[in-house]
Design a protein around this ligand. Structure first.
Ligand code: SAH
Length: 187
């Protein structure tokens, strides 16, 4: 039930922001084929696999018993992850894109949850993926999202920061100087 809450929560939080930013014209896109493939993989790992493992017996060969410590750790990750996902969308506004894109009148956001870290939305997705691994006692459907997301993060962070540097120049370099990537004060 909690994994389903996470899946539905992410979709409900994103839907209005996706609609709003979809109305603002994209002026530059650096969407690559590998990124599209990884987004598809993320979708399978985050939505399809958990759903299949919860409502059908297809993946039951990989089930294991759920323990109380990971269960409570998962609830904490899920609650914090959903809150941060909501805040990041609220602060990014119409500058949000699912892919590497710049929109008309794109503004560099450096306040709210973007004040100390440059990628709060990725931190939030990481927490949601960790919650799925902790709450879904299935060796395939549990950690699948974490694996797909870490792969995506590795391939996306560098090109995204390069795109922002090319667009905002010294303003982004200065922002990089006073912030960390995913964890405030650490990395
Ligand atoms: N990496 C950010 C944003 C993810 S959405 C995060 O994790 O919170 C991806 C899009 O957001 C990128 O295509 C880029 O156009 C935009 N973006 C990333 N950082 C931004 C910022 N600080 N201000 C405005 N737009 C940003």
């Amino acid at each position: 039930a909690l994994v389903l809450v996470g899946i539905i929560g992410v979709a409900v939080i994103r839907a209005p922001h996706g609609r709003r930013s979809g109305k603002v014209k994209v002026v530059e896109s650096r969407r690559s084929r590998s990124e599209v493939t990884l987004l598809g993989l993320m979708w399978i790992a985050m939505m399809i696999l958990p759903f299949v493992s919860i409502v059908t017996p297809v993946l039951s060969f990989a089930d294991y018993p759920l323990h109380v410590v990971p269960f409570f750790m998962g609830i904490v990750c899920l609650a914090f992850g959903l809150w941060l996902f909501y805040r990041a969308h609220a602060d990014l506004g119409t500058n949000w894109s699912i892919s590497l894109e710049l929109r008309e009148g794109h503004r560099l956001v450096t306040d709210g949850v973007y004040e100390h870290i440059r990628h709060p939305m990725y931190t939030a997705i990481f927490l949601n993926a960790a919650a799925q691994a902790l709450l879904l006692p299935n060796w395939l459907a549990g950690p699948s999202c974490l694996v797909a997301f870490l792969l995506m993060l590795t391939l996306r962070l560098g090109p995204e920061e390069q795109m922002m540097r090319d667009r905002f120049g010294d303003e982004y370099v200065a922002y990089m100087g006073r912030t960390k990537r995913l964890i405030a004060g650490v990395w």
